[in-house]
Write a protein that binds this ligand. Structure first.
Ligand SMILES: Nc1nc2c(ncn2[C@@H]2O[C@H](COP(=O)(O)OP(=O)(O)OP(=O)(O)O)[C@@H](O)[C@H]2O)c(=O)[nH]1
Ligand SMILES: [Mg+2]
Length: 316
């Protein structure tokens, strides 16, 4: 992927309509000059401040059409690309309307109309335009906050950890990689996607590990947006899937359901490593079993990841 997701972390804070108008009018109140000239400066300043802000927001957004499908779908799930596009279009509209009102105001002052009256009328029109896009400004500020949470994925071999909620995915990721996602004893603790790096000391390879939200075994159209994020990661990022099963069922879900989800994930046709979590609580060993409590099997999991990745990338 040559798209740099850091652009999503650099979006500017978007002012509300009132904040933007305040800023513009305050700046205009400080302009110097006399009579006509001062009035023209004031009106032009209002136009410039508003235009600069709206343009900086519009320009900071990436092209949602040309970015990789994975990011596009993830952003669509997180914020909605349609909403972002509509809001950006509203900002462009407001910018051109404000500029039109400002140009007209300046012309009127130059033409001899009472400057004070023109200022009052122009300010009123500008305020009414900017207030019309208040919802869109707020949407774009919310988008900025959400987009900042989308991780930057590296273009390196990637293992995606998947499974039912509460089975111990994040506990494992936190043990074997650089990222420390939240761990808790309730399902759907992980709502977003976490990316860590497993430094493989003996081979010098960097392997990316992606912690995903838990998924339930149910048809795609019934899945919530949190589960859909996990599917997206598996589909687009995974060179290999680490599927975590909790045979103690202390996660709150039966093995039958967990295995049924495993079957579904297998259909994606990617290499899968099947592992048991919570090995300190059971003695099933027909799959690699690990415990983040006793430490048992953690190295085996790492070794298996490495083996699969090496095979896929034909590494020595
Ligand atoms: N006994 C025992 N408990 C564990 C182990 N690993 C995780 N747990 C517990 O299992 C619960 C769920 O752990 P998480 O790592 O948050 O599980 P998750 O699969 O990431 O959960 P979601 O993010 O909700 O999908 C927590 O209460 C952990 O303390 C383990 O090896 N042994
Ligand atoms: Mg988790």
């Amino acid at each position: 992927m040559d798209f740099n997701a850091e652009i999503l972390h650099k979006l500017p804070t978007v002012l509300t309509a009132d904040e933007l108008l305040d800023k513009a009018f305050r700046r205009a109140s400080k302009v110097s000059g006399r009579g006509k000239e001062k009035a023209i400066n004031k009106i032009a300043t209002v136009g410039n401040v508003i235009s600069a802000h709206l343009n900086s927001v519009v320009k900071a957004h990436p092209s949602y059409t040309s970015m990789p499908e994975f990011y596009r779908e993830l952003i669509d799930l997180t914020v909605g690309i349609g909403r972002i596009r509509k809001s950006l279009a509203a900002l462009k509209w407001a910018d051109s309307m404000v500029q039109r009102v400002v140009t007209k105001g300046i012309k009127q002052v130059k033409g001899g109309k009472n400057p004070e009256r023109v200022i009052k009328e122009t300010y009123g029109r500008v305020a009414s335009i900017v207030k019309q896009i208040d919802d869109e400004l707020r949407t774009l500020n919310e988008a900025k906050v959400s987009l900042r949470r989308i991780p930057v994925f590296l273009n390196v071999p990637t293992v995606v950890v998947a499974g039912y909620p509460n089975v111990g995915k994040s506990s494992l990721v936190s043990k074997i990689s650089s990222v420390k996602p939240k761990i808790a004893s309730y399902p759907f603790t992980t709502k977003e996607i976490y990316v860590g790096i497993i430094d493989c000391i003996d081979c010098g390879e960097k392997i990316q590990i992606v912690d995903t939200p838990g998924m339930l075994d149910r048809p795609i159209h019934k899945r919530n947006e949190i589960e859909k994020r996990a599917i997206l990661c598996i589909r687009h990022l995974a060179d290999c899937i680490l599927f975590v099963l909790d045979p103690t069922e202390s996660c709150g879900y039966s093995m039958e359901k967990q295995l049924s989800l495993l079957e579904e994930v297998k259909e994606l046709g990617k290499p899968i490593i099947e592992v048991y979590s919570k090995a300190d609580l059971h003695d099933k060993r027909d799959r690699i079993a690990f415990s983040t409590v006793s430490g048992e099997g953690i190295e085996d999991v790492k070794k298996e990841i490495l083996k699969v990745i090496r095979k896929k990338y034909l590494l020595p």
